[in-house]
Design a binder for this molecule. Sequence first.
Ligand code: HEM
Ligand code: HEM
Length: 217
Amino acid sequence: MTRSNPVWDAPTRLIHWAFPVGVGLMWWSGETGRMQIHSYVAYVLITLVVTRLTWGFVGSYHSRFSNFVVGPRKIARYVTQGDDVVGHNPLGALSTVALLLVLLAQGVSGLFSVDDVTFDGPLAYAFDGVLIDAASEWHETNWGILQGLVVLHLSAIAWYQWRKNRPMIQTMWRGSFADRVGKEAPVHFTRAVFIAVITAVVLSALLWWAPEAPSYY
Ligand code: HEM
Ligand code: HEM
């Protein structure tokens, strides 16, 4: 018996399901001021987002941006004519790129943010603290954008899952489902582990380098 190729390989699925858990924790910890938890979960999330973005260039077929990001003409054709696409459809592609970039912006802005009371993001005093105000403001505004994108994401998934009867959630959970199988054999997951480790090392080095708050603050 031959095993079918997954649409979503293991790293893509693992990273994906870490997002609702991680973002849920970020929301709770951000709103209740549990900043130690907020920062440690954020470092994991930043590592995962950077790994997924890199996987978009060197990962398995259906996870590579070049195989699902298309131009406006193809998006328009999809919107007017529709199509049952295995992998991200042209609109799902837009949502994927937007979610990943907005999540990254949330993480990066957090590194430079302060909460005005007890917690300073680890890079708040890099560049002489000039980014603190803009980053803190952006962290708040961008959170609204991320929430909007997640609501849109869940509404779209619900539409395809229950109105169009497409097994989106099962495919994202199991990798493949019924006739939803991948085009090519997946890239070995150790490549994703390697990317995640390099990202974590670079992030740790950045946090280690980060300057302390000067005494006049
Ligand atoms: C904060 C929460 C969430 C975020 C940030 C998020 C983000 C994403 C991203 C970036 C992708 C693209 C996957 C990739 O190629 O790497 C995706 C796909 C997907 N997500 Fe989520 N997600 C969230 C919650 C959920 C939840 C709760 C569900 C299920 C109920 C879900 C179901 C799916 C499915 C089925 C896909 C595949 C879509 C397709 O086939 O085009 N997501 N999500
Ligand atoms: C990775 C994704 C992240 C998410 C989803 C996230 C989410 C949030 C949320 C929901 C809040 C509350 C916002 C509000 O009350 O309007 C918040 C506040 C905050 N976050 Fe994050 N955050 C992330 C990363 C980070 C990082 C990396 C740091 C720094 C280590 C950080 C530092 C802060 C600070 C200092 C505040 C308080 C801002 C204030 O009180 O004005 N965040 N974050």
